[in-house]
Design a protein around this ligand. Sequence first.
Ligand code: ASP
Ligand code: CP
Length: 315
Amino acid sequence: MTSLLAVEDLGATGIREVLRLADSFVEVSERAIPRVPALRGRTVATVFFEDSTRTRLSFETAAKRLSADTMTFSVSTSSVNKGESLRDTVETVAAMGIDAMIVRHRSAGVPWQVSRWIDASIINAGDGWHEHPTQALLDCYTVRQALGRDDPFPGLRVAIVGDIKHSRVARSNVAAFSALGARVTLVAPPTLMPPSLEGWPVEVSHDLDAVLADTDVVYLLRIQAERMNEALFPSLREYSARYGMTRERAGRLCSSALIMHPGPMNRGVEIAAEVSSLPNSLITRQVTNGVAVRMAVLFRLLGAPEASEALVAHA
Ligand code: ASP
Ligand code: CP
């Protein structure tokens, strides 16, 4: 594998390999000097045409902890504002000599296009409403870590709640969790479901209260207002009353249930402020694990073929 564009590129075996590799990098991240020479001499560029806090910072941190050089492209301060095209922009960055480009763009499919234009490995950091594969990997890793078992996924009941329609996180997480054997239920009002769910390996519910008691993982999604050009629900208040994870609803989950959110959160809309800090909320851990999981992805794509996990453990 030379690029990571979608969860499908990995399949269940590849996902499991990344999760196991991430264990080594969690260990590296906990060291006094959290750095290994695995990617010394390699250059990783983050090329984001859309805003990000977590994904960009964690990829850059991951690359630095692997001793790679990093390059940051921000659309707001770039020559895109002078009219430079997408193709010219990525070819210009590639011409400086890079090994991997991490791409985020508001249009679905852009990372695939970029992979046809340049030779570097491409990692999809979110394309439109389509995919966000490393988010799904870090989410699977966080569930596995929280449950303390190598393979907790077969039969695990995962409810993904909220704005599924506009969510690349939902698409990648459905693919990843279901590939590992989890049972995924999508919970949203009909207007926030994709127009067709044909071929999605999911169950569907429009009633959050009805699924709460039978759920092992509740995964809340942000209302992605920036992707809506019409009113898809009467008001945020009404949405929150029916689909928000309130303190009261959190109390009706089974005691071992886990609460997740990819961030950024709209506190008071899809999740109450106090719920995000409950002991069974994994939201901060998701962010922390994002670095180790992205180290695993970069290492898998760019590490020398002869490099082994021993290199990671003993460097
Ligand atoms: N940060 C995630 C994404 O970029 C989720 C979100 O924005 O709601 O897809
Ligand atoms: N979860 C996520 O992708 O966050 P950012 O949009 O801040 O990168």
